[in-house]
Design a protein around this ligand. Structure first.
Ligand code: PMP
Length: 410
C-alpha cells in the first residue's frame, strides 16, 4: 500500500488551504472521497437514475440492479452470511436508533438492563437512555481504566441475567481504543443478552467479519469509509431482523396494505421505507470496491503506524497531554491531545492556518470528557491517504501553536 500513490485518487488534495497543501487529519469525522467513488455517482445520475423496486422500465431495472449489487458488496465486505442482513440507513446514528426503536423499545421492561461503557459516542448512548425512559429498563455502565480500556472481568461482573443488551464501540472515536467485542459478545450471549457493535470507527479501518465477531447488530457509516454522506448500514442476524419492527412506515416497505392494518416485506426491505438512498448505496458499493482492492489489513496497519508515530512525537513535546492507550499499544488510527492551558478550538484554528485540519471539541462524548477531566480535546485521525510527512506537518504546526500561545501555557 502506497499512500503517496493513493492520494492521487483524491481530488481534494489539489486544494490549497490558507496557501498550504492540505494535511487532512480529520478522517474519523469524515473521510475524503476518491475519484473512483465520485465517478460512480456521476455515472449513476447520468445513465441509471430512476427509482428502485418499482419501475419495469429499463432505467428502473438498471438502478435496482446497481442498488442491490451494492448491498451484496457490503455484505461480502463485512462477511455477512446473506445480503438480506444488510439494511441501508442514513448512517451509524440512524442504524443505532432503529435498533433502539424497532427492537429494544418493543421488548424491554422494568428490571431489564442495558450495559455499555460511559465512553460511547452520543449516538450509542442517548438512544439507550431513551429506551430506558420509555420502558423502565435501566442502564449500567462498565468501568473504564485510566487509559479508556475495558477489562473483561468488569464486563463479567456487570453483565447478569437481567442484561438484555450490551453495546460498545469497536474502536473509540476519542481514544482510539480497540475494544474486545468478540469476547464481550461471548459474555453477553452467555447471559442471554444481545450484542450491538458501533462500527463507525472500525469498519472503515480494519477487516470485519460479523460471523467471527458474533455480534447481533453492527452499525456503521459510509462517509467515514470513502463513501458519500447520507448512507450507512445496519447489519443484523436473520432471526433478530425477523423479530425487529420497522421504524419507518410507508411506501416500499409493505407487503399488503388494508384500510386498518398492513403487512411488511421481509428484511432488509421492511426497514427501508420510502425511496431509499439509491445513489448513496451505489457510491458506498464503489467505496467498498476501492477499499477491498487496497486490502483492509494494509489499511489497519498503516493507520495504526501513523497514529503510533504521532503519539510518540506528540508525547515528546513539552506541554502536550495525550489521552488513551499509550504508544506501542494496538490502537485505531487516531490520537487525542491537548496543548496545556490552550483551548483546543484555538489550537485547531492555528493549525488550520498551516493547512492542517484536526478536530477539536467534545467529539460527541461529553461523559467521557468529564471522566478525562477536560471540556474538550483536539484529535488527529489518519487514513489511507495520510503519510509520515503529515505527522511531521502536525508536529511542526503544533510547535508553532505552542510558540504562539506560549504566554498562556506559562
Ligand atoms: N459512533 C462513533 C464511534 C462515531 O465516531 C460516529 C461519528 N463521529 C458515530 C457513531 C455517528 O456516526 P454518524 O454521524 O455518521 O451517524
Amino acid at each position: 500500500m502506497n499512500p503517496i500513490e493513493l492520494r492521487k485518487d483524491f481530488p481534494i488534495f489539489e486544494e490549497k488551504i490558507n496557501g498550504h497543501p492540505l494535511v487532512y487529519l480529520d478522517s474519523a469525522a469524515t473521510s475524503q472521497k476518491p475519484r473512483q467513488v465520485l465517478d460512480v455517482l456521476k455515472r449513476y445520475y447520468e445513465h441509471e437514475n430512476s427509482n428502485v423496486h418499482r419501475g419495469v422500465h429499463t432505467l428502473g431495472t438498471r438502478a435496482t440492479e446497481s442498488y442491490e449489487q451494492a448491498r451484496e458488496k457490503v455484505a461480502t465486505f463485512i462477511h455477512a452470511p446473506s445480503a438480506n442482513q444488510v439494511v441501508f440507513t442514513r448512517g451509524t446514528t440512524e442504524s443505532l436508533n432503529m435498533i433502539a426503536y424497532g427492537y429494544a423499545r418493543t421488548r424491554f421492561q422494568a428490571g431489564d438492563e442495558i450495559v455499555l461503557p460511559p465512553s460511547e459516542h452520543h449516538s450509542n448512548l442517548i438512544p439507550w437512555q431513551q429506551v430506558a425512559r420509555a420502558t423502565g429498563a435501566s442502564i449500567k455502565y462498565l468501568p473504564l481504566q485510566p487509559d479508556g480500556t475495558i477489562r473483561l472481568e468488569d464486563v463479567e461482573a456487570t453483565v447478569t441475567e437481567k442484561t438484555k443488551l450490551v453495546t460498545i464501540a469497536h474502536v473509540s472515536n476519542v481514544l482510539g481504543t480497540i475494544n474486545p467485542v468478540k469476547e464481550i459478545a461471548e459474555i453477553a450471549h452467555r447471559h442471554g443478552a444481545i450484542m450491538v457493535v458501533d462500527g463507525a470507527q472500525s469498519v472503515p479501518h480494519m477487516p470485519i467479519d460479523v460471523v467471527e465477531l458474533d455480534c447481533d447488530f453492527l452499525a456503521f457509516s459510509g462517509h467515514k469509509m470513502c463513501g458519500p454522506t447520507g448512507i450507512g448500514v445496519l447489519y443484523g442476524k436473520k432471526e433478530l431482523f425477523e423479530q425487529m419492527e420497522p421504524t419507518y412506515f410507508g411506501g416500499e416497505m409493505i407487503d399488503v396494505v388494508e384500510l386498518y392494518e398492513s403487512t411488511w416485506k421481509e428484511a432488509p426491505w421492511k426497514f427501508e421505507g420510502g425511496t431509499p438512498i439509491i445513489a448513496g448505496a451505489i457510491g458506498l458499493g464503489a467505496a467498498v470496491d476501492y477499499l477491498s482492492a487496497i486490502g483492509l489489513d494494509a489499511v489497519a496497519e498503516h493507520d495504526a503506524k501513523l497514529a503510533n508515530l504521532a503519539m510518540e512525537r506528540l508525547q515528546a513535546i513539552d506541554g502536550i497531554d495525550v489521552y488513551g492507550p499509550q504508544a506501542g499499544v494496538h490502537r485505531g488510527g487516531l490520537v487525542t491531545f491537548n496543548l496545556r492551558g490552550v483551548h483546543p478550538h484555538d489550537v485547531a484554528t492555528v493549525l488550520d492556518t498551516q493547512g492542517v485540519a484536526v478536530r477539536a471539541g467534545h467529539h460527541c462524548a461529553q461523559p467521557l470528557m468529564r471522566i478525562l477531566g477536560v471540556g474538550s480535546t483536539a484529535r488527529a485521525s489518519f487514513y489511507l491517504y495520510n503519510t509520515e510527512d503529515d505527522v511531521e506537518h502536525l508536529v511542526e504546526a503544533l510547535q508553532q501553536a505552542k510558540e504562539f500561545f506560549g504566554h498562556a501555557i506559562g
